[in-house]
Design a protein around this ligand. Structure first.
Ligand SMILES: [Zn+2]
Length: 229
């Protein structure tokens, strides 16, 4: 799938306010800020067990867009963020794909009025399917423990706090038999240390689900990261 085609799928945004990246009036995300976000980054330094694809760095315009979508309900940003995720996923696999999202905290869903990562994942699935890569979102995990927010925790503290947070949804996993030939990608909006994503992937592996890779809209910058494009 060409990046141009994915970009085209995003151009039809109906824009009606100021850009979250630069405040220019009339758009929620102007073409210039969108172009600056379309830079995938290389492998995540802490995730080596699976192929990882990350749509953009979690900084500047991309960070502003994700926060606006997540915390301020700017739902017109679901489309570009979903497109970034789709672009990342398309570098991992080009065949039929199941997107498994990370279950959010219940309090977060209540405060935001939606599971924002799931919204982005559904949009990514639409973009991929439109580009002839069949994709579906499957909720294969539940959040078993409320381990609190990770902000301010070190990588080791995050890893410890997230242990045992997820459980497999066995009824949904049994239904995977209907999706023979689909590759399973664990998806999230932002990957920081990778602790949450890895815990989700490991929980799936323990439930005999084969995880083909991990993808995110954005990742926090690291000195060891290189631009992929
Ligand atoms: Zn802008």
């Amino acid at each position: 799938m060409g990046a141009g085609r994915l970009l085209d799928s995003c151009i039809d945004l109906v824009l009606s306010r100021s850009c979250v990246g630069c405040d220019v009036l009339g758009t929620t995300l102007c073409p210039s800020c969108w172009a600056s976000m379309c830079r995938q980054v290389g492998p995540h330094p802490q995730i080596t067990a699976w192929p990882v694809a990350i749509g953009t760095r979690y900084q500047d315009q991309a960070k502003a867009a994700i926060i606006a979508h997540k915390e301020h309900g700017v739902r017109s940003l679901t489309a570009p963020l979903g497109t970034l995720l789709a672009c990342a996923i398309a570098t991992l696999t080009t065949g039929p794909t199941l997107l498994v999202t990370i279950p959010p905290h219940r309090d977060s869903v209540r405060a935001r009025g939606a599971d924002t990562t799931s919204l982005i994942a559904h949009r990514a699935a639409q973009v991929l399917t439109h580009a002839h890569q069949p994709a579906r979102v499957q909720q294969l995990l539940i959040r078993h423990l409320d381990n609190g927010k990770h902000v301010g925790r070190s990588a080791a503290q995050r890893q410890e706090a997230i242990k045992g947070a997820f459980l497999p949804r066995q009824k949904q996993i049994v239904k995977l038999a209907k999706f023979a030939g689909y590759r399973i990608i664990v998806v999230d909006d932002v990957i920081t240390t990778g602790a949450t994503t890895l815990e989700a992937a490991h929980t799936l592996i323990k439930a005999d689900v084969i995880v083909a890779g991990i993808a995110a809209v954005a990742g926090t910058p690291s000195h060891s990261w290189q631009s992929a494009t």
